[in-house]
Design a protein around this ligand. Structure first.
Ligand code: G3P
Length: 217
């Protein structure tokens, strides 16, 4: 499973990228706000840091305006994926941008039918938001499972980009279901390394090592 990092904080991206754990980056208007940076400037910086796709989101609501914004964002770098919302206008914009050879990420997906439509218009990525469905007592992972089945039934090559990942269990379950990509905040990716028995075992080894009186270096 590919790991995209869901942030516009360049230091956090750099750390994960150096470890080989950043196959791409996703941003959105809220993450740009949080970064305090100019969208064009920070997107260019991120796109220069990582080899994989960097999603930058349009903010227009009408298809023709989304297309104009998307074309401008796509010019920033070759690895830009233009993010459009899962609306009828967003689907129109996706179709035009995809036909021009631009990677398109259709975001704010909350149903399997929405994902089916995005695949029909040639989206590179579909972004189902797991956490926000969980927030309203709907199992977000069921949506990932349904989309996986539909895409596999018909051989769509749109990639399932599991988004709104809030926990390490979300990450594990997306991998089990077969999401192509997950995009998660850096803190969730780092928490995947944690286990209480690892900490306990290491503590015991350190205590025994101290008793040997030895040194490796
Ligand atoms: O990738 C989408 C993500 O940024 C939304 O996450 O936690 O605000 O639902 P969240």
């Amino acid at each position: 499973m590919k790991f995209f990092v869901d942030t516009a904080e360049v230091d956090e991206i750099a750390e994960l990228n150096d470890l080989g754990m950043c196959d791409g980056v996703t941003t959105n208007p809220s993450l740009i706000l949080k970064s305090g940076r100019d969208i064009l400037e920070v997107t260019k910086e991120i796109a220069g840091m990582v080899d994989g796709p960097v999603s930058a989101e349009v903010v227009a609501l009408k298809a023709e305006d989304m297309i104009a914004e998307g074309r401008k964002l796509a010019k920033i770098a070759e690895n830009i994926a233009v993010k459009v919302p899962m609306t009828w206008d967003g689907l129109k914009a996706c179709g035009v941008l995809a036909a021009e050879g631009t990677m398109v990420n259709v975001t704010l997906c909350f149903s399997a039918n929405q994902a089916l439509l995005a695949a029909k218009v040639g989206a590179t990525f579909i972004s189902p938001f797991i956490g926000r469905l969980d927030d309203i007592n709907i199992d977000g992972l069921d949506l990932i499972d349904d989309i996986r089945t539909i895409y596999d039934n018909y051989g769509y090559d749109t990639q399932i980009l599991a988004a709104s990942i809030r926990s390490v269990n979300h990450a594990k379950d997306c991998a089990l279901i077969g999401a192509d990509v997950m995009t998660a905040p850096p803190e969730v990716i780092k928490k995947m390394a944690n286990h209480v028995l690892t900490d306990k075992g290491l503590d015991a080894f350190m205590k025994d090592w101290a008793k040997t009186g030895q040194k490796i270096l």
